[in-house]
Structures are given as C-alpha cells and as structure tokens.
Design a protein around this ligand. Structure first.
Ligand code: 13P
Length: 252
C-alpha cells in the first residue's frame, strides 16, 4: 500500500467507568511521551458520562477520545440517545459504530450502522466501524462472506479513506480469552483491505484496520505485527492504564 498510517490503539470501556476511573486516563496521559506518540495514536472511548471529564486531561497529551455509539440524527425527540454532534461537543474525535454488542443487543442493522457512521462524519468524528463473524458463522466457513457483507452494508459511502477506521472483532473472541489463529487474522485483514480497495480505490491503504477481541499485553505483540493490522480495539485490557499502556508499548 502506498501509505502506511500511524497505528491506532483504542480502548473501548463499554459500560464501565465511574469518576474514579479518570485516574487511569491521567496515568495513560502521563506515560504517553513524544517517543510513543510518534509511533502510535491512542484513543479512549469511555462511557459518554465521562467524556467531558476526560477531555481536559487528554488535550495536552494528544490522546483522542471517542464515543461508543451515536444516534443517526443530530438532535430531536429520541429519549436516552446521544448524537454524534453531542459527542464532538463533549470532546470526542472518534465514534465506535456497529459494535457486535449493539448489533446483537439492540438489533442494529448494517443500514443503521452506516447511518450512524455517516452521522459521525457529519459531526466531524472519525467512525470506527466494527465487523465480525459469530462462532457458528466461522465454523460454517462463512466468516469472510459475513464480514464482506457487513463492510458493504455498514461503511459510509462517501468518506476520505484516512478518516475511516474498521475494526475486525470476531464476536466469539470478545471477552472470552479466545483469539483466532494468527493466520486467520492475517487472512481476514487482507480480505478487508482488498474490499476497501474495491470500495474506495488505492487510497484505502490509509484506512486503519484494527483487530479486536481478547487483546492482552501477552498476545498483543504477535497480533499487532500481522500485515494489515493497523492497531487494536481493546475492551477489558483497556480498563487499566497498566495493561493499555503495555499494549501500546509494543509499537515503541
Ligand atoms: P475484549 O478486549 O474485552 O475482548 O473486548 C473487545 C471489544 O469488544 C472491543 O470493542
């Protein structure tokens, strides 16, 4: 690929984190020195309730913040929802859309995920669009077909490739301690890259493709060195500064 983007290590805190957890972000900010900044971009996606608390802490450290979901509309009568504009206003630069926990728990379709990704772009956020197969789909030999269908249906249609992030998160690897083989990750990431090139042309080398699912300090080294793995989306191990930084340090 013509351009190799700076990798991105993003933490998805999911429904975890109270005021006390802000100290983890402070620790991450303190350790994210110029040497590491040159090698890897860091993003933290805390619950929306903590975004404005985290914003002044990360501003000086050049750590980005992200939301975990957004509504497709900018505002209106949608009780309990949060718009991409609100996330941006609270200090976010990214928004995760289409996480499997939203696709499964909230029945989100590819079309809705695309609308949310486009809402993120409208608000000036870079969408992190999640895709990934279930265990049954992989066992049936359908993993590539499922992921390709999700990409075709969920990615925003008009986007500069460098503003887009794709996260490959096999559903069965999330929170289980299981990961695909390195060969399976390599194959899937190569297939995603090829699909991005078909959809967006040669510039698709600038889209970062993250791997997510049970990434820990112990396995991050081998996962992050795979071709076309441009970083990681981390759940459980992102909740402590120690583990999150240990993963980021792989890139130093
Ligand atoms: P775990 O790292 O806890 O497996 O979660 C991955 C994930 O879902 C990140 O979005």
């Amino acid at each position: 690929m013509s351009s190799t983007p700076r990798p991105l290590v993003a933490g998805n805190w999911k429904m975890n984190g109270l005021s006390a957890s802000i100290s983890e972000i402070e620790t991450i900010a303190q350790h994210y020195d110029a040497g590491l900044r040159a090698k890897v971009e860091l993003a933290i996606c805390p619950p929306a309730t903590l975004l404005s608390r985290a914003a002044p802490i990360v501003a000086g450290a050049e750590i980005r913040l992200g939301g975990q979901d957004c509504h497709a509309k900018a505002n209106g009568a949608h009780t309990g929802d949060i718009s991409a504009e609100m996330l941006a206003d609270a200090g976010a630069a990214y928004v995760i859309v289409g996480h499997s926990e939203r696709r499964c728990d909230h029945g989100e379709s590819d079309a809705l995920v695309r609308a949310k990704a486009e809402a993120g772009l409208r608000a000036g956020l870079a969408p992190i669009v999640c895709v990934g197969e279930t265990r049954a789909e992989r066992d049936a030999g359908r993993a590539s077909e499922i992921v390709e269908r999700q990409l075709d249906g969920s990615l925003p249609q008009d986007v500069a490739p460098e503003r887009l992030v794709v996260a490959y998160e096999p559903v069965w690897a999330i929170g289980t301690g299981l990961t695909p083989t390195l060969q399976d990750v390599a194959q899937m990431h190569a297939a995603i890259r090829a699909r991005l090139v078909t959809l967006f042309g040669a510039g698709a080398g600038a889209t970062r493709i993250l791997y997510g699912g049970s990434v820990k300090p112990a396995n991050a080294g081998e996962l992050l060195r795979i071709a076309n793995v441009d970083g990681a989306l981390i759940g459980g191990a992102s909740l402590t500064a120690k583990d999150f930084l240990a993963i980021a340090e792989i890139y130093r």
